[in-house]
Design a protein around this ligand. Structure first.
Ligand SMILES: Nc1ncnc2c1ncn2[C@@H]1O[C@H](COP(=O)(O)OP(=O)(O)OP(=O)(O)O)[C@@H](O)[C@H]1O
Ligand SMILES: [Mg+2]
Length: 307
């Protein structure tokens, strides 16, 4: 990491090797915008997320915090594989595209497990260092969006932590996160946290109450399943145009119906596993049929029943 004294007021230090930083980049990011498009959830959910994120930058700094206490935290919760991390990254990029700013937007993604090094007894200091120092310094330089993936590891519910099983350090780390969030919220109106979790019950109540909005990211509904499966077939059709015919086959509809109850990640994998059902298809993927897809969905369904 560069020496602090080398960083001028508007030139935050390089983040590549800062402890606990998984990713740092300028926004908008074409890679992240593509993630936003790839996650197929109800339009209203995406619209609400973008509006909430924009509001953070247009309104938060101008409102009296004592009257309307906005903390600049959006929380996405939902089952594994429903697109939360992709949405968080995509939302960061979409927000930067939508908000006019003299200074460029920057992005930081926190590596949650690096913070939770309770065994080393250092998580509290790590949280202080990351939030209070690294993130504060970046926020000083201009608008900043921070993704806290798997936030339950950072803001573990202190009520549910047994003192014996969990060293006091984990409790203190949660305290440190909350204290730092309050400090950052008050000081930097151009800072937005987007947090994700599979386990909202494991998140500290005090963190939940700081979230300006909590959005549930659901498993895909019938329409969502069809859109995701269609998307994967169309992706293969860019290489093998003949597979687009699968979409007109009644067995494709059946496969879509059977996808219900699966998460988006699993549905995206159906196509790959369909290609492996028949060696001839693995050799020549253009030979993939709706029958292969249906067989793959059935096999995945059976595997799920056994789980
Ligand atoms: N609704 C969806 N539409 C399209 N693709 C989806 C959807 N949900 C998940 N995916 C795909 O599944 C993969 C995993 O998504 P992602 O990692 O964002 O999920 P997650 O909710 O963060 O999972 P986890 O809880 O395990 O961290 C990505 O490739 C994503 O595009
Ligand atoms: Mg995730």
């Amino acid at each position: 990491m560069r020496d602090r004294s080398m960083a001028s007021a508007n030139q935050p230090r390089l983040l590549s090797d800062a402890q606990g930083v998984l990713d740092a980049r300028a926004l908008p990011s074409p890679e992240f915008s593509a993630l936003w498009e790839a996650v197929l959830v109800p339009r209203e959910l995406k619209d609400r997320l973008v509006s909430q994120a924009i509001l953070n930058f247009t309104l938060r700094g101008r409102l009296d915090r004592a009257t309307v206490p906005l903390h600049g935290v959006i929380l996405l919760v939902g089952p594994p594989g429903t697109g939360k991390t992709s949405l968080a990254r995509g939302l960061a990029s979409r927000t930067a595209e939508s908000v006019e700013s003299e200074q460029p937007f920057r992005y930081i993604e926190v590596e949650p497990h690096a913070m939770a090094s309770a065994a080393l007894g250092r998580s509290q200091q790590a949280v202080r260092q990351l939030l209070g120092s690294v993130i504060a310094e970046q926020a000083d330089a201009g608008p900043l969006i921070v993704v806290l993936d798997e936030v339950e590891t950072l803001a573990a519910d202190r009520m549910k932590l047994s003192m014996e099983a969990n060293p006091i350090d984990v409790h203190r780390a949660t305290d440190a996160v909350l204290a730092q969030l309050d400090y950052l919220a008050a000081r930097y109106p151009n800072l937005l946290f987007i947090a994700t979790s599979n386990f909202p019950d494991a998140i500290d109540e005090a963190f939940l109450s700081r979230a300006d909005s909590i959005e549930a990211v659901p498993l895909p509904d019938a329409d969502g399943c069809r859109r995701i499966l269609t998307d994967t077939v169309l992706a293969l059709a860019t290489l093998y145009p003949e597979v687009a015919g699968i979409l007109d086959d009644p067995r494709f509809e059946e496969a879509c119906l059977l996808c219900q109850g699966m998460d988006g990640r699993r549905i995206r994998k159906v196509l790959v596993s369909a290609c492996t059902h028949d060696k001839a298809v693995a050799v020549e993927p253009g030979k993939l049929t709706a029958g292969h897809l249906l067989a793959a969905v059935r096999a995945l369904g059976h595997a799920r029943e056994r789980e």
